[in-house]
Every structure is written in C-alpha cells, then in structure tokens.
Design a protein around this ligand. Structure first.
Ligand code: PMT
Length: 402
C-alpha cells in the first residue's frame, strides 16, 4: 500500500475504553507509515493505558490537560488544533461520541475537535448493547451528518464476553482508512511539472547571487500533487530539504539551466507550477578566477535572465500554467499585473519579507485567476499545498484535455 501519511500531522485521541490497549500499536503503525503523531488522552483513558507508554511509542509528551500552563507554553491547544492534518480518536467511547455530538468542549480532546479544520475520524469501541442503544445511534447519526468519519466498529467477541458490534477497528484497517483521506485522486494520472527553490547565478567560482527560497513551498506542492495521484517532475534549485519520494527530481543551479530542464520536460505536461524564486539577473561575464579584493567599490554588470514561466505560457501547446508572485508591497495589484503580463492561468500572491513566505514553514496567500480571487490564512505549507492542489484541480479541469 502506498503511504499517503508521510509527514502528515496526526493527533491520536485516546478515550477510556479497554480497546485503548490497541492505541500503542496504532501509534507505531502511524509512525511506520511516515506520520508525525501527537497523542491526546482523556482522564479516563489513563485508567487503561499510561501516558508514559504513549509518550514512548509516539516520541512526544502526551497532551492531556486543557488548562496546563506548561503544555500551553509549548504548544497551545489552538496551535495543536491547527497543527493537525487529521484527528483520529481510537478508541472512541459512547460517552465521547455523545459529548462530541453535543458540541461540548469540556476536555482537551473535545476542544481540539471543535477548534480544528482538519478531518476528524472516530473509531468507536464499546459494549454491543451500548452501541445498539438508540441514544448512541442518534449520536452516531448526528456525527455522520456533521461529516465526522466513523471507522467501524467491528463485530465479534467482546472483552465483557458479549458477542456483537462494538469492537474497535483493527489498527491496520484504521491506517488504511486514514491513508484514503489523503489519497484524493484529484489529479489522478496528470503530469505535473514544478520548479522550486532559488537559482544561483555565479559571480566567480566561489561566489554567487541568490535569494532565501528554501524550496519548502514547491516541495510541499510536489507532495500534495503526488498525494492527489499525479506524476510529478520537480526541477529544483539548490536547497537543503529531502526530496519527495515519488517525484522525478532534477537538480539545477542557474536560471538558464532551470529553463533548459523545464523545456525538456514540458511536453505532455498538464499543469506547470512555477514556484521557484528565479534570479531575475545574472552576471554578463562570470569571472573565471576568484575575484581579488582590491578596489573599494566594484560594479557587477548584470543581464536579464529568461522568464521561465512566461516562456512556458507562450508555448503553442502550453500546460495550465500557474505562477507565484512574491511581493513585499502592493501584493495583490502586482500579482494581478503578473497574471496578465505573463499570460498565466492562475497566480498565487505571496506576501514576503518580515519572515513571511521565504524559508518559513507557514504561509498565507491569495490566489488570483480570471477576475476572481481566494485567500488562504496562515497555515503550514503542507496544508496550504493541499488546498492549492484542490483549487487547481477544480479550475484546471475545464481546460485540460486528457
Ligand atoms: O521556497 P520557500 O522558502 O518555501 O519560499 C516560497 C516562495 C516565497 C519562494 C514561493 O512561495 C514564491 O512566492 N515563489 C515565487 C518567487 C518569485 O520569484 O516571485 P516573482 O514575483 O519574482 O516571480 C513571478 C513568477 O515568475 C514566479 O512564478 C516565478 O517562478 C516566475 N519567474 C520569475 C523570474 C524568472 N526569470 N522566471 C520565472 O519563471
């Protein structure tokens, strides 16, 4: 099974039922699948399994208090709710389902469930009579109506000796279900080309002109496109982050090399994302030897680099073409000008400077296309990338000929 859980932030909520003995195994499997796991336990859960066990298997301290000054100082509950890409509550007791269905926020776990925008899955586990009880069933209906994902329960012999529905779904099956959340299939079979990172323009054999792009935004888009079923080619300038596992990766250094690589790979490409912070200028003449420090002032003669995204947008059979606009001021207007002047299908306006955009883990953008726009608040680049892929798949659908 392909793991779409790689680098996903998963909150595992554990409530007070005998099936909590399966929670360490679930945690271990999540980590094996590449997820980063934070465990939240209710007070009753700790009657069945110790926080120490969950801390040991997850590699992080367990969160269990809503009003804990130390925990809030490290990662507050709202921050934790924003951090999550998905919440899985396993086991979820009848009491927890009831509190969730009523929208209560009387402990850390229910509060997180109310505060998060991430999908929430619950794996009920309880005695078969409790499961069949009409009150539990109406709570279940309320949760399903509110788009909570319900995994199981399985049927069989229960800890109390009863036989029937109410056993927690097996950890391996929960992993399969969670995996499916991230396997959106939105770009199934599409060829996506992405540029990322900075370019480096040599001054002499040891010096260069570059910028602060880390590649994080472009790499996150590559991951999200792969997750959506696309074949991804990632052309990257020099960065220090791990390559997406299932992308075809090409390393380049300068803008001219990046352009050459893009033109080589652009045929049969359905969507092109130009995320790279391409240096606008390069040296007219690169010094063949290291420049000696002699003069008080020197002048470097620069010439314009080719505009890669504009070149692609002018190709006869151009892909659906997306640019980014990194601006410190008048961001939306400047982005709109670039959308029009570079003949793009969509542009992502990125406020930069003051620790925004470049080299940060979070980003906030406004996407512009035709005469429309949509803003995305500050969020992790991975989460933003998934949002951008969703929007791209919807907007590009009309134009891409399969
Ligand atoms: O890499 P990170 O640290 O995660 O940072 C992400 C980012 C801030 C670099 C990214 O979100 C971003 O905004 N990328 C675009 C940076 C940029 O060069 O913007 P620009 O406004 O100068 O260029 C507009 C568009 O033209 C961009 O799509 C750019 O890739 C493209 N371009 C620019 C110049 C050039 N010679 N060729 C190009 O293709």
């Amino acid at each position: 099974m392909i793991s779409f859980l790689k680098n996903k932030h998963i909150i595992l909520g554990v409530t007070g039922g005998i099936a909590a003995y399966k929670s360490p195994d679930l945690t271990r499997r999540l980590i094996e699948a590449g997820a980063i796991v934070r465990v939240v336990m209710t007070q009753h859960a700790k009657e069945f399994i110790t926080p120490l066990t969950m801390q040991a298997v997850s590699g992080h301290p367990v969160h269990d208090e809503l009003f804990d000054l130390q925990a809030e100082a490290a990662m507050g509950h709202i921050e934790l709710a924003r951090w999550a890409d998905a919440i899985i509550v396993a086991p979820a007791t009848a009491d927890f389902m009831a509190r969730l269905a009523r929208g209560e926020a009387n402990d850390l776990l229910t509060t997180l469930c109310l505060a998060t925008c991430a999908p929430i899955a619950i794996a009920p586990a309880m005695n078969q009579a409790m499961w069949k009880n009409t009150l539990t069933q109406s709570n279940l209906e309320a949760l399903l109506a509110k788009k909570f994902l319900i995994y199981g329960p399985a049927s069989g012999l229960q800890a109390c000796g009863d036989v029937g529905p109410g056993r927690m779904m097996e950890p391996a099956d929960i992993i399969e279900q969670l995996n499916a959340i991230f396997n959106t299939g939105l770009l199934a079979g599409k060829n996506i080309l992405i540029t990322a990172g900075p370019t480096r323009e040599a001054i002499d054999p040891v010096r260069y002109i570059t910028n602060a792009s880390s590649g994080k935004m472009g790499y996150a888009l590559a991951d999200a496109a792969i997750e959506a079923g696309a074949h991804v080619t990632l052309i990257s300038g020099p960065v220090n982050i791990a390559k997406p596992l299932r992308a075809t990766c090409i390393d380049v250094v300068s803008a001219e090399e990046m352009l050459a690589a893009v033109l080589e790979k652009i045929t049969h490409c359905d969507i092109f994302f130009s995320v790279a912070a391409v240096a606008d200028y390069r040296l007219k003449h690169i010094f063949s030897e290291k420049m000696a420090k002699k003069a008080e002032e020197i002048t470097l003669e620069l010439v314009r680099n080719p505009d890669i995204v504009a070149t692609v947008a002018n190709l006869p059979n151009r892909p659906w073409t997306v640019g980014f606009a990194a601006e410190t001021d008048n961001v939306l207007q400047k982005a709109k000008n670039k959308l029009i002047n570079k003949k793009l299908d969509m542009i992502i306006a990125n406020q930069v400077g003051n620790n925004l955009g470049f080299d940060s883990d979070m980003n906030t953008v406004t996407v512009l296309w035709e005469d429309q726009q949509k803003s995305f608040p500050l969020m992790p680049k991975q989460k933003l990338a998934r949002e951008l892929i969703q929007l791209t798949s919807r907007l590009s659908e009309r134009k891409i000929v399969c």
